[in-house]
Design a protein around this ligand. Structure first.
Ligand code: ZN
Length: 415
């Protein structure tokens, strides 16, 4: 087995800082990492200072401790945001640090946690944190990238020894973000971002009124798009003009459809890992944009928790196009992690939509997004519906039908 070179891992850390978060001179940086990823976090901190960061703060996560808190502390305690914690949120919403999330989480890490307790507590905390996160939205750069945690690697490659599994997951992850021993991944990403711009421009030029999905597995679904909606993909620009890549890797082009306007059935094509547990072979039926029926071979009670989380949880926040020929799909690895799995298949998300999927979002306010039909919810959960025979047709406002997807891939026009 080849060992991933230290220099290659360093190059990845630099890529995250420069292309992912695009850290600016004099800017504060917040890094979030799991306690067992201190070595990689240190590389990221080092690269952030090299990029000119003023100060880099690291916040550590640990599933085992989180589980203990949820076991022993009361819902009331867990629901409370302490004054100093709220002060920190306030500071962040004014300071606007670049935020770097390093994900290495165990897909089963929260197994056994009291879900009701967690749901109640996060609902309560969300009420306090929401205005601060809204204040930061589109005003700072952020990125999520992944490194292999041991438990995660064992879950993805159960047949391998721990160290081998970690090594194999390193290779797989680096492949998805175009980092090799001897390339310049920053150059590759600049090209990738150019390609995204072209694809989105082509889709946006049609101003589709609705999309129709069909697949032999039972998916037969229509969804309407916002008149001012736009397709996004790859990097984005914050209101201060800083270009960054929120997800590494990323293959999808996506938009937020109009809330309340979706009809028909969508059938999942990959399992969904939700709050540390798997939901398999499930489907949703939509009417007037809302889930009116659903089923699952495994994990139906989790689906129920999900769609009843709040009012917006039963409505759609995102539709995303990912071809079957996506390099991540070709790897044929189930990562049990949305960052990767959502880039292997066309998907739909229940819950919160994206304000920046509206043309001219820079000048708009919360009420405008509500009025235009951007869904709001505390959840945003992607599930996969892409299949090798999937067809997606876009209909323009003057009735023109345009084949966007055929046999699971973009038609030549959109490639
Ligand atoms: Zn997505």
């Amino acid at each position: 087995m080849i060992l991933t070179k230290k220099s290659t891992i360093k190059k990845y850390a630099k890529l995250i800082v420069r292309v992912g978060a695009n850290v600016q001179k004099g800017q504060t940086v917040q890094v979030y990492a799991d306690v067992d990823q201190a070595d990689f976090a240190a590389l990221v901190v080092d690269e952030a200072y090299k990029a000119g960061a003023k100060k880099v703060n690291v916040e550590w996560g640990c599933d085992a401790i989180m589980k203990l808190n949820y076991r022993h502390a009361s819902v009331k305690t867990l629901s409370t945001i302490l004054p100093w914690q709220e002060e920190k949120m306030k500071w962040q919403s004014e300071e606007l640090p670049a935020r770097i999330m390093i994900d290495s989480s165990d897909p089963d890490g929260l197994k056994g946690i009291n879900m009701d307790k967690m749901q109640k507590a996060s609902r309560a905390r969300y009420k306090v944190s929401k205005p601060y996160s809204e204040k930061m939205e589109n005003r700072h750069q952020w990125t999520i990238a992944a490194v292999p945690g041991e438990a995660w690697a064992k879950k993805v490659f159960p047949g391998l020894r721990k160290s081998q599994a970690v090594e194999k997951l390193w290779q797989a992850i680096l492949e998805t973000v175009y980092v090799t021993d001897d390339n310049d991944p920053i150059e590759v990403w600049n090209q990738v971002n150019e390609d995204f711009k072209h694809k989105c421009a082509k889709l946006n030029a049609y101003h589709f009124e609705r999309l129709e999905y069909k697949s032999s597995n039972g998916t037969d679904f229509k969804v309407w798009l916002m008149p001012r909606g736009r397709w996004c993909g790859g990097g984005e620009t914050d209101l201060n003009g800083r270009y960054f890549n929120p997800n590494m890797p990323t293959i999808e082009v996506f938009t937020t459809p109009e809330k309340g306007k979706a009809e028909g059935k969508v059938v999942s094509t990959k399992p969904l890992s939700y709050q540390g547990q798997l939901i398999e072979n499930f489907w949703f039926e939509f009417k007037d944009g809302k889930v009116v029926d659903y089923g699952a071979e495994k994990g139906k009670e989790l689906l129920e928790k999900m769609v009843t989380m709040d009012e917006g949880a039963s409505m759609i926040g995102e539709v995303a196009l990912v071809p079957c020929e996506s390099p991540i799909n070709k790897q044929n690895i189930l990562y049990y992690n949305t960052l990767f799995d959502e880039n292997a298949s066309c998907h739909i998300a229940l819950g919160r939509g994206f304000n920046d999927c509206v043309e001219g979002f820079e000048e708009l306010k919360k009420e405008d997004f509500d009025a235009m039909g951007v869904n709001d919810s505390m959840i945003h959960v992607d599930f996969m519906v892409g299949s090798p025979d999937m067809s997606i047709v876009g209909y323009t406002h003057d009735g023109q039908a345009v084949q966007i997807f055929e046999n699971g891939n973009f038609t030549a026009e959109f490639n």
